[in-house]
Write a protein that binds this ligand. Structure first.
Ligand SMILES: Nc1ncnc2c1ncn2[C@@H]1O[C@H](COP(=O)(O)OP(=O)(O)OP(=O)(O)O)[C@@H](O)[C@H]1O
Ligand SMILES: [Mg+2]
Length: 953
């Protein structure tokens, strides 16, 4: 029976009742060691079970902190493994299926196995997120139909990856009939403090901090355990000695009982000698009385945390018979519990563990590791012991640690892998192993964004000879330098050296891998970009020789053409070859730099259909692997594509969502792109203040030299011009122009934009800029580029020449997806005609421009067009935009999947949202489409156009 916990139990019962009724709760029981957290959690589990909840439990173990997903496994493994096949399918349906390998179940048939064997597949950097998402859905699947309690004791010792999953779940469990209950010992800090902090900070979390027992509580316990005759002074002395801590008090009383002192000897003076620190000695004293052999057995169990008698005997170097006798003694003394042998309380274990001299303890752990390994135990269990063993230059230990690190990585926990590999490095490894350890360590650190990776990868490169390993290490190092740190010169030089040192006999497949990265590196740096052109012939031959490994080079080559050579080279054929009918994306993931680059180039080249097709492949990859990065790429480039087509409202909404997601998962490279995109959309929508707040909060000057920053500078310059800050606008455009990497006005029309800004003050410069911009645009032959450049040029020269150019601009833009640019040119043409006194002729382009501007949501332009129309003597209708409310992009995504026959849960899984969110969206969708009743869902399909827009009503 627990004393003085009625308040706490009431809170727990409320939480259980709420979870049961469908609104999930998180309860955290925290406090110092021994205060009674586990005891409370046990009561809560009992109460939950009585209330009809399924209860799944796990406990954090000090020794298993580096066990990737250890706690997650404890929670679900047995239940899922024992479920009937049909139930198992149900539990692992949808996104939950990504948990399979973690739970020791066979992977589903996986098309990518072949490519993995072939070596062309790429490890997914976002596996940790995928598993968080999967664990959420496994929980949701389990809780469907039967409410669920997840009880995690000693969460301060839980592994980081499990805690990450729990943070993800906690933020979303309000919508599920789930009670998440954790205990946290909070009197020492741990490596996972920030995750525990995040759990505590979950909205609506109940925090329970059990208080020490009062004088009355202490007295009740003393009288119960010792003697109902115990005097008040005696009880008070016990309370003072233990601070009312139930564990300390219990141990003190157990000691007194064990010593079988006559009642008269148990004086307050005796108890007063007992301080909290000395309770530890009390515990050890109890053990001492059981003899040295038994003590040694207890120490072995303390090292192993849980063990069979045989395992403990082996570690304690005892014979089986003595061990059995010792175990019996420990069981009957209430120090251990059986099967496997474990301490009844972690504090007891700690007292015994700390008593073992450090050097022997380290050696015990080493021996424990070797014996776990020899008996085929999990590599991670072996690794946990080795982390606590002292280095001894043992190469077997190095190998075991590397195996453990691979297991941790495969389980999605690069942090654990890093700890294991650092330990392997300290062993230290002999020369042949050293490069392998450093290489693995550096790659893991790169995944975890740890800057130490640069040094480790560089060193690995210096000591590794095996060609494939060298290429893998160089690739990882190059990617970190370029995409993580803007150090492209360094990366280029390193890759060049590796290629040179490898000599001509290097396997073309490995060479192609390095060359792809080297060229990609050169192409993002203005100082290197000329190198790309120099080598292209040679690289084409290599791409053909390298088979599947040459696909990246082909894509890269095509993208380079798209940016620098204009339309007549038909670069898309080569791109298609490289993408290989979706296979390249499936193998390299939608988050690989080459794929991201290809999709961006398609968007910027106005290749709408090809861009949509590639985004669909990336989306399929996001679904197939539960990859948040692929989801983000789809979202971000989709936003950009909409902006380029002039669909401002949807572009802004998608960009906002992408921006939020990018910030949440630290995908910095997307952030600036989306800031640029959103800023442009907001400005055109006449939300100048919001646009300004957004873009002025990003220090663009710190990130010069990336394409994203150039686009953001263009967006900021246009915004500043719209706000009347000409000086600022000119500075931004000059900065963009000065850092331009490839001169392509269709991608980045900085000259034309700057020309229109300086037209009124410096006509000479304006003319020069406009001419240069137009000439280059004509060279490349893209309609958007020429159309925009013509408009700027017309603005500068005016007169009949200007009018003629505006007409040409309008015609070209009609043959491009750039609707908003067309609207701009129409309005500009109308204005020019009106100024030339041709008011009647002005009305038609103005009307068309106005309608188009309104359809795009370009309020600023629509306003200007309306004014011009009035001046030209026409009366514009108030609002020419009619028809049904358009769906927002999120609604459109939901509607498409629902129309394709997916259930709400499946849609939620695919879009990384909760089922409730999907329900809300669907309600809005039906309302907007005027659908209701049973058939609403079925009729959804009829109302959606293939491109996701609506059939008008
Ligand atoms: N309110 C209580 N009344 C009586 N006994 C209690 C009470 N709370 C805890 N105990 C007893 O005290 C001992 C320690 O409690 P418990 O194991 O729950 O502590 P804890 O806070 O989980 O400690 P740790 O941080 O070491 O895990 C147990 O034997 C438990 O039964
Ligand atoms: Mg406890």
């Amino acid at each position: 029976m627990l004393l003085e916990r009625s308040q706490e139990l009431r809170l727990l019962r409320t939480a259980i009742a709420e979870a049961r009724s469908g609104s999930g709760r998180i309860v955290i029981i925290e406090g110092p060691a021994g205060i009674g957290k586990t005891a409370l959690l046990a009561q809560a589990r009992g109460a939950a079970s009585e209330a009809g909840l399924q209860v799944l439990s796990a406990r954090g173990n000090e020794l298993e902190r580096e066990f990737a997903f250890g706690v997650a496994r404890q929670l679900f493994e047995v239940l899922v493994a024992r479920a009937e096949p049909a139930r198992q399918e149900q539990l692992l349906a949808g996104a939950a299926g990504f948990m399979r390998p973690l739970l020791g179940l066979d992977r589903r048939r996986d098309d990518r196995v072949d490519e993995r064997a072939e070596g062309t597949a790429r490890p997914a950097p976002d596996i940790g997120f995928t598993l968080s998402h999967a664990l959420y859905w496994l929980t949701a699947n389990l809780a469907e139909g039967e409410p669920l309690m997840l009880a995690i004791d000693d969460a301060q010792f839980a592994d980081r990856s499990s805690l990450q999953c729990l943070v993800y779940l906690a933020a979303r469990c309000q919508e599920l009939p789930v009670l998440l209950a954790l205990t946290i010992r909070n009197d020492e800090s741990t490596a996972a403090d920030e995750l525990l902090h995040a759990l505590r900070g979950t909205a609506g979390a109940t925090i329970i901090s059990p208080a020490p027992l009062s004088q009355e509580g202490v007295a009740a316990l003393v009288r119960d355990r010792l003697s109902d005759q115990a005097a008040v002074e005696f009880c008070d002395a016990c309370g003072r000695a233990t601070g009312g801590n139930p564990f300390l008090l219990g141990e003190l009383l157990a000691d007194l009982v064990a010593r079988e002192l006559p009642a008269s000897a148990v004086t307050p003076e005796l108890v007063a000698q007992v301080s909290p620190e000395s309770v530890r000695r009390v515990v050890l004293g109890r053990l001492d009385r059981l003899g040295a052999e038994t003590g040694a057995l207890a120490q072995a169990v303390a090292v192993l945390e849980h063990a069979s008698v045989r395992e403990a005997a082996e570690l304690a170097r005892m014979d089986q018979e003595a061990a059995v006798a010792g175990a019996d003694q420990l069981l009957s003394a209430g120090i251990l519990t059986a099967e496997p042998l474990t301490f009844v309380h972690p504090l007891l274990r700690l007292a015994v563990y700390e008593q073992i001299p450090p050097a022997r303890r380290a050696d015990d752990h080493r021996r424990a590791a070797l014996s776990v390994a020899a008996s085929g135990g999990s590599p991670l269990a072996v690794g946990s012991h080795l982390l606590r063993a002292s280095p001894s230059g043992d190469q077997e230990v190095v190998e075991l640690l590397m195996n453990a690190a691979s297991a941790a990585h495969a389980g999605g926990d690069p942090d654990a892998a890093i700890a294991l590999l650092r330990r392997a490095l300290a062993e230290p490894p002999d020369r042949p192993f050293r490069g392998a350890v450093l290489g693995q360590l550096g790659q893991m650190e790169a995944l975890a964004h740890d800057p130490a990776c640069v040094e480790h990868l560089s060193e690995a490169l210096a000591v590794t000879e095996h060609p494939a390993t060298r290429v893998a290490v160089a690739t990882a190092l190059g990617e970190v330098l370029v995409w993580g740190g803007g150090r492209s010169l360094e990366a280029y030089e390193m890759l060049t050296n590796v290629l040179a040192a490898s000599g001509p006999e290097l396997d073309p497949r490995l060479r192609a891998t390095l060359e792809t990265l080297r060229m990609a590196t050169a192409s993002v740096d203005v100082r290197l970009v000329s190198k790309v052109a120099e080598q292209r012939q040679e690289l084409r031959a290599l791409a053909d020789a390298a088979g599947p490994f040459g696909r990246g080079l082909k894509i890269f080559d095509a993208c380079f053409s798209a940016q620098t050579e204009g339309v007549e080279v038909r670069w898309w054929d080569r791109l298609e070859e490289g993408l290989d009918g979706g296979r390249f994306v499936a193998q390299q993931t939608g988050g690989s730099p080459v794929v991201i680059y290809a999709a961006l180039v398609l968007v910027l080249s106005d290749e709408v259909d090809r861009a949509e097709a590639l985004l669909a492949d990336i989306r399929a990859d996001a679904r197939a692997r539960g990859s948040i990065i692929s989801h983000l790429v789809d979202l971000a480039w989709g936003a950009f594509l909409r902006l380029r087509r002039g669909e401002l409202a949807t572009a802004a909404e998608d960009a906002r969502e992408a921006l939020e997601l990018a910030r949440r998962i630290d995908a910095n490279w997307v952030e600036i792109w989306m800031v640029a995109c959103l800023c442009d959309a907001l400005r055109e929508q006449d939300e100048l203040e919001a646009a300004s707040r957004l873009i002025e909060s990003v220090p663009l000057e710190d990130a010069l030299g990336t394409a994203a920053t150039l686009h953001a500078l263009l967006a900021r310059g246009r915004l500043r011009a719209a706000l009347g800050d000409r000086e600022g606008a000119i500075r931004d455009l000059e900065l963009a122009g000065g850092n331009v990497i490839v001169n392509n006005p269709s991608f980045l029309p900085w000259r034309s934009t700057l020309a229109t800004i300086v037209a009124s003050t410096d006509s000479g410069r304006a003319r020069e800029l406009a001419e240069l911009g137009l000439a280059r645009a004509r060279e490349l032959g893209q309609n958007r580029g020429i159309g925009v450049a013509l408009r700027a040029h017309a603005r500068v020269v005016g007169g009949d020449e200007g009018l003629e150019q505006l007409r040409e601009s309008v015609e070209l833009l009609r043959n491009s997806p750039a609707r908003l640019e067309l609207a701009h040119s129409l309005v500009e043409l109308g204005g020019a005609l009106r100024r030339a006194g041709r008011r009647t002729a002005a009305r038609e382009p103005l009307r068309e421009g106005l309608a188009l501007a309104q359809r795009c949501g370009a309020r600023l332009l629509a306003e200007a067009a309306g004014q011009e129309l009035i001046v030209s003597g026409a009366r514009p209708r108030r609002d020419q935009l009619a028809g049904p409310d358009a769906l927002t992009p999120s609604e459109r995504r939901v509607a498409e999947l629902a129309a394709a026959g997916m259930q709400n849960r499946e849609i939620a899984q695919a879009l990384f949202v909760t089922t409730k969110t999907v329900g809300t969206h669907l309600a809005h969708i039906y309302q907007k489409l005027g659908l209701s009743g049973q058939q609403a869902r079925e009729r959804l399909g009829e109302r959606l156009q293939p491109d996701g827009s609506l059939v008008g009503t």
